[in-house]
Write a protein of this length. Structure first.
Length: 146
């Protein structure tokens, strides 16, 4: 599971870094698509910066789960907004582009949430006595029963 998470996260990072690079160099085809959807060209740099921030957060999230979850959620929201923007601009032929980025971000999020806290050790369920020998009481109740 961890390998799948790393592979999908690295692919998502690469895709978003590539998309941000296109934003920063202001490719002509991208400007045409932005005009079709009604997005001002002045938004290119901030949109690219958000993609880079998400990509860096995903990479950091490999080691720090909370950062990875936050970055994944941010990218999911970003690309949902992109799809809504494309639909509002009636440029339906452009939907597959943000949808593919959305699927990668959702994959990163789902795989991050499916991982245990530490690789190889599952999270104990709330209220469970994980780590307590069979027949023994948890330390907190043993102290209270004197």
């Amino acid at each position: 599971m961890f390998t799948a998470f790393v592979v999908v996260t690295v692919l998502t990072t690469a895709a978003n870094t590539s998309a941000a690079t296109v934003d920063f160099i202001r490719s002509e085809w991208l400007l045409v698509n932005m005009t079709k959807t009604g997005v001002p060209h002045s938004w290119l740099f901030p949109l690219g910066a958000l993609k880079v921030a998400g990509a860096l957060g995903l990479l950091a999230g490999i080691g720090v789960p909370l950062i990875g979850v936050a970055a994944s959620v941010g990218l999911v929201l970003f690309f949902v907004g992109a799809i809504v923007t494309v639909m509002r601009g009636h440029a339906y032929s452009l939907i597959p582009y943000p949808a593919s980025f959305l699927l990668l971000a959702v994959g990163s999020l789902v795989l991050r949430l499916a991982l245990p806290d530490r690789v190889g050790r599952a999270r104990p369920r709330p209220g469970s006595r994980a780590g307590t020998p069979r027949g023994a009481q948890p330390a907190t109740t043993a102290l209270c029963t004197g």
